[in-house]
Design a protein around this ligand. Structure first.
Ligand code: DX5
Ligand code: ZN
Length: 221
């Protein structure tokens, strides 16, 4: 299990001032950038040109979460745009092994996401191909949704699989993560935590990052 990483999502930040919004979270391990195409999810955010501008605006590594169809075709562009880590959804990838290898070959960290109803078991043999596995804890599409406790058993099973394979793949959770729910996620074995509304609705977003980190560290198995 890797060290605790807090990766705030800018989905609920002020889109007219994203550079300044990112400057409010210097303690972030990565900035989580939610890319949505209005097809894979019913919401639209931004594309590679915007992401490239964000990458230029900060020295914090970007963690792109692609909620887009045809991930095979579009994901490599986000490595080119300067993202350190690129997450595609397995439900939107035709050839996840080839895609993970392409992301790595382009110099990015490859990560694969599962929606709440997507099981982890079919993908066990693929874990060594991934730098990170993202288990969604809400249906993707919007910030500010309620954490789905039904995802906790899958986080536990994924942690057991990663430990069994002895791979360094990080285990990220995304959706409804807050001071209320981060303990459950950390106890279940997650080590990378996305938090959107919890961070950006806080009066001091960077202090919230520190509080989330402390709560996760205290709860790890
Ligand atoms: C949801 C996004 C999340 C979202 C998290 O589809 O993938 O990254 O911004 O926001 P909160 O933490 O508010 O659930
Ligand atoms: Zn996300």
């Amino acid at each position: 299990m890797g060290h605790v990483q807090i990766t705030p999502s800018i989905l609920n930040a002020d889109f007219a001032a994203l550079g300044a919004e990112i400057a409010r979270i210097p303690g972030a391990d990565m900035v989580h950038v939610d890319v949505m195409d209005n097809h894979f999810v019913p919401n639209l955010t931004f594309g590679p040109t915007m992401v490239e501008a964000l990458a230029r605006s900060t020295s914090i590594p970007l963690d792109a979460h692609l909620m887009i169809e045809d991930a095979d075709r579009h994901a490599p562009a986000y490595v080119e745009a300067g993202c350190a880590s690129v997450t595609f959804h397995v439900e939107a990838a035709r050839a996840p092994v080839r895609l993970a290898r392409e992301i790595r070959a382009a110099g990015g960290r490859a990560s694969m996401a599962l929606r709440p109803a997507t099981p982890i078991e079919p993908y066990e043999d693929l874990l060594p191909e991934l730098d990170m596995l993202l288990i969604m804890t809400v249906e993707p599409g919007f910030g500010g949704q309620k954490f789905l406790d039904l995802c906790l058993p899958k986080i536990r099973r994924a942690r057991a699989m990663l430990d069994r394979h002895g791979v360094a793949t990080a285990l990220q959770v995304d959706g409804g993560v807050s001071l209320d729910t981060i303990t459950r996620c950390a106890e279940a074995g997650a080590d990378v935590f996305v938090a959107g509304s919890a961070v950006y609705s806080a009066e001091d977003p960077d202090a919230m990052i520190a509080s989330l980190r402390a709560a996760a560290e205290a709860a790890r198995p």
